[in-house]
Design a protein around this ligand. Structure first.
Ligand code: MN
Length: 249
C-alpha cells in the first residue's frame, strides 16, 4: 500500500488491516528481497493526506484558522518528521503506516511520535464531517449498547476520557478482536495499536485530538466545550465503517 495520499475514507489506516495481518507483524529485517547487499528494505515515504472538506467547513465548531494550522503545519510536520525518522531508524523498511504503528519500539521516539501523529491525524480528519452524520446504527450501535448500556453512556464516557487527558493526548473508542468496544486515552501521539507502548491495545474506530493546538484559538482553556462541539461533528458512517474493518476476520 503506497498511498496514504488520498482524501476522505481512503485515508483510513484500517484499509491496511489485511496486509498487516498477513505479514504477522514481523518486520522486514531478515528478508533480503534479493536486492543488492541484502540491507533492510527502504522505508516508505508518506504524504500529507488532503482533507475531504475545506478549512472553513467545520466552523463554527472548529474555526478555519485552527483547521489550516492544524492540517498544513502540525499534521504536515508529523509527516515530514516521520519520513526523516524512518531514514535514520532501522527496522521499519517497507512497512505500511499501520505496520509501523503496530510494531514501533517504545524507544524509537521519532518514529513513535511522528508515526502516531500521522496515523492519529489521518483518522481525526476522516471521522469529522460538517454537521456530523446520523447516529450510530447497525452493528456499531449494537456493540456500543453491549459495552456501555446506551449510546448516551458511551458518549458520556468518551467525553470524560477526552476531558480527563492530562496534558496532550487523545481519547479513543476501540474495538477488541472479538468486536467488543472500550474507551481509552493515550498520551502525546501514542496510539492504542502500539503494542510495545500502551498497556491496553485495541483498534481505534474513533479518536479525538485534545492537544491544545486542536482547540485553543477558539476555546482557550475550555476543553470541555470543544469536546462537546466536536462530538456534533462525528461522522458515524465512517466510524461504523472503521468498526466493520476492525472486526472483519
Ligand atoms: Mn493535533
Amino acid at each position: 500500500m503506497s498511498g496514504i495520499v488520498g482524501a476522505g475514507i481512503v485515508v483510513s489506516p484500517f484499509l491496511a488491516c489485511d496486509e498487516a495481518s498477513k505479514s504477522g507483524g514481523s518486520d522486514a529485517s531478515d528478508k533480503t528481497d534479493n536486492k543488492d547487499d541484502g540491507a533492510d528494505k527502504a522505508p516508505m515515504t508518506f504524504e500529507l493526506p488532503a482533507l475531504g472538506y475545506g478549512y472553513t467547513a467545520l466552523a463554527p465548531a472548529i474555526d478555519a484558522e485552527t483547521m489550516e494550522i492544524h492540517h498544513s503545519k502540525h499534521h504536515a510536520g508529523y509527516v515530514r518528521k516521520l519520513n526523516n525518522a524512518l531514514k535514520e531508524t532501522s527496522g521499519y523498511g517497507g512497512m505500511s503506516l499501520d505496520e509501523i504503528v503496530m510494531n514501533v519500539n517504545e524507544g524509537d521516539t521519532g518514529v513513535r511520535n511522528n508515526g502516531g501523529g500521522h496515523w492519529n491525524h489521518s483518522m481525526f480528519w476522516d471521522v469529522m464531517k460538517p454537521g456530523g452524520a446520523s447516529e450510530p446504527s447497525g452493528k456499531l450501535k449494537e456493540a456500543m449498547m453491549g459495552a456501555f448500556g446506551s449510546l448516551k453512556d458511551c458518549e458520556e464516557q468518551f467525553y470524560s476520557a477526552a476531558k480527563g487527558v492530562f496534558g496532550s493526548g487523545w481519547a479513543w473508542i476501540c474495538a477488541n478482536d472479538d468486536g467488543s468496544l472500550f474507551i481509552t486515552s493515550t498520551e502525546n501521539q501514542d496510539n492504542p495499536m502500539m503494542k510495545n507502548v500502551v498497556e491496553k491495545t485495541g483498534r481505534p474506530i474513533l479518536g479525538i485530538d485534545v492537544w491544545e493546538h486542536a482547540y485553543y484559538l477558539n476555546y482557550q482553556n475550555e476543553r470541555g466545550e470543544y469536546i462537546k462541539s466536536w462530538m456534533d461533528l462525528i461522522n458515524w458512517d465512517v466510524v461504523a465503517a472503521n468498526y466493520d474493518a476492525a472486526t472483519m476476520s
